[in-house]
Design a protein. Structure first.
Length: 88
């Protein structure tokens, strides 16, 4: 979960208590606050380039010495739907 920092007209930020409440509602049982400032960035890769999904302070990604990267395998372009069956 990424919460943008306090930016008038865009985001009110969140206290640690508010963040904890959101994580509980989303089903988390443990959490870690990695950044309490405006440098948090959430991006996805599209066509070989990173696309920023949130608005960190300055509206650009900052160069930081630490990061957490999460990667997943590419999803299939089409998924087959389960076929109905009658049991009885």
């Amino acid at each position: 979960m990424v919460i943008d920092g306090r930016r008038p007209g865009w985001s009110d930020g969140a206290t640690l208590y508010e963040t904890w409440q959101w994580l509980l509602r989303l089903g988390a049982w443990t959490g870690l606050n990695l950044d309490g400032g405006g440098s948090t960035a959430l991006a996805i890769m599209e066509s070989g380039a990173a696309v920023l999904l949130n608005k960190p302070s300055g509206s650009v990604q900052r160069v930081n010495g630490n990061h957490l990267g999460v990667f997943r395998a590419r999803r299939a372009d089409h998924l087959s739907q389960p076929q109905s069956c009658n049991v009885g």
